[in-house]
Design a binder for this molecule. Structure first.
Ligand code: C5P
Length: 405
């Protein structure tokens, strides 16, 4: 997505300002042409000369951005921009952007830019958590600006917390999959989404369970994409090996019954639900209290299973018209026909059907291919691509459905 793009990189004042230089390089490596704006505070940490040498272009600073020669540098730069990236963005820069201030070169260029905008915050953890900063983040999201979630780790102050500047390579890889369209963030900002993920476990005894091949990657990718688009995300997850996505509330569950309880109690307060969990269809009629032993007279063990509750079916019965509900269908045959039946039967707004009989995509891998089936009958097949990219597309469809409600 960065190939041949004009990226205007705004660097603000932070201990992380020096990483702006590495980021400029990384953007160039991804094919972008980069021009830089330095705030006055950034100029105290890094020099315009460094960025001018790296980008082979003039750097816009507060010194002399208004000339008497008729050139209006900030408007020229704003009009040149395909992507405006503020990184590292200080709490002050976010406050300027959120309030539409245009009292220096950086904020005036930003305000004058009509291109997609991304903010990568870097600040002390208490400054990040401050009510004012979180309010500014929400305002930026509501204005269609993408705000990446800072990393958690050791800060310059010597203690750990959230607020660390993301690594330049991470920023560039996130830019490749971001829902950069402003309508998505505007529609999802402040919406409360429940996302389920992973394969449920149905206990046979204290040490054994029935489960399936789901890795949870698709659901985690959906939770991350929704969070980045500004939604308030609760991820209800069966056990997985995946790290917890930052900025997301996690509710761990094991069995289908626990998943059903977790979803149904939270549904009334939610705006939407994405059921990406691979739910067991059957559970043992009874789970043994003690470990099941093999003895000389039990050459065979017969398990009695009963149907699990169908969560989406129960959701359909309680769903309000303003809520958006998305299901997944993992099929090995008649993908579209079975998917369409599930969409109708479970009263879904959207169903992502994926073919799990193919070795290159599906359950455990990083890639997937899905066909989105919409309630109005139309469908849309994605290419084989990363689960992150599919999650981004799914979230933008969810935003469209919210806008139509
Ligand atoms: O298992 P099936 O293919 O029917 O799953 C389709 C959708 O229904 C998925 O989104 C899954 O999470 C959901 N489901 C459910 N309750 C079940 C089984 C599946 O909500 N008991």
């Amino acid at each position: 997505m960065l190939q041949d793009k004009h990226v205007t990189l705004t660097v603000s004042g932070s201990v992380a300002s020096y990483k702006g230089a590495a980021l400029a390089r990384e953007l160039q490596r991804a094919g972008a042409t980069v021009r830089v704006v330095l705030t006055a505070a950034a100029s105290r940490f890094v020099t315009a000369e460094t960025f001018a040498a790296l980008t082979k272009a003039p750097v816009l600073t507060d010194t002399g951005w208004w000339h008497a020669d008729g050139k209006i540098d900030h408007i020229e730069l704003a009009d040149w921009t395909d992507l405006a990236l503020a990184a590292p963005a200080s709490a002050n820069l976010m406050a300027q952007f959120a309030n539409g201030l245009a009292d220096d070169a950086a904020s005036a260029t930003w305000l004058a830019t009509a291109a997609p905008k991304v903010v990568v915050p870097a600040m002390n953890t208490h400054m990040w958590q401050a009510a004012a900063t979180q309010r500014n983040r929400q305002q930026l999201l509501a204005d269609g600006v993408q705000v990446l979630t800072p990393a958690t780790g050791l800060l310059a102050e010597g203690y750990a917390g959230q607020g660390r500047f993301l690594e330049p390579t991470d920023i560039v890889s996130q830019l490749a999959t971001l829902p950069l369209d402003a309508q998505t963030t505007t529609a999802l900002s402040g919406k409360h989404l429940l996302v389920t993920a992973g394969g449920t476990r149905e206990r046979l005894d204290p040490v054994r369970f029935l489960t399936n091949d789901s890795s949870g990657k698709m659901g985690y990718a959906v939770a991350t994409a929704a969070q980045q688009a500004g939604a308030d995300v609760t991820l209800i997850t069966a056990p997985t090996k995946l790290p917890v996505p930052s900025g997301v509330t996690v509710v761990p569950i094991e069995s289908t019954q626990e998943l059903a309880d977790a979803v149904l109690t939270r549904l009334p307060a939610a705006d939407g639900l994405v059921m990406a969990a691979a739910v067991a269809d059957f559970q043992p009629v009874t789970a043994a209290d003690q470990k099941i032993k093999k003895t000389t007279d039990n050459d065979e063990l017969v398990l009695r299973l009963k149907k699990t509750p169908d969560i989406l079916q129960a959701v359909a019965a309680n769903k309000r018209p303003d809520q958006v509900v998305v299901g997944f269908a993992a099929e090995t045959q008649n993908l579209l026909e079975n998917g369409r039946q599930k969409l109708t039967k479970k009263h879904l707004d959207l169903l992502a059907a994926n073919d799990v009989s193919r070795a290159d995509i599906g359950f455990n891998g990083d890639n997937n291919q899905v066909t989105f089936l919409f309630a109005d009958g139309h469908s849309d097949q994605t290419p084989v691509t990363s689960k992150r990219a599919i999650a981004t597309t799914l979230i933008s469809h969810v935003a469209e459905i919210f806008n139509q409600k």
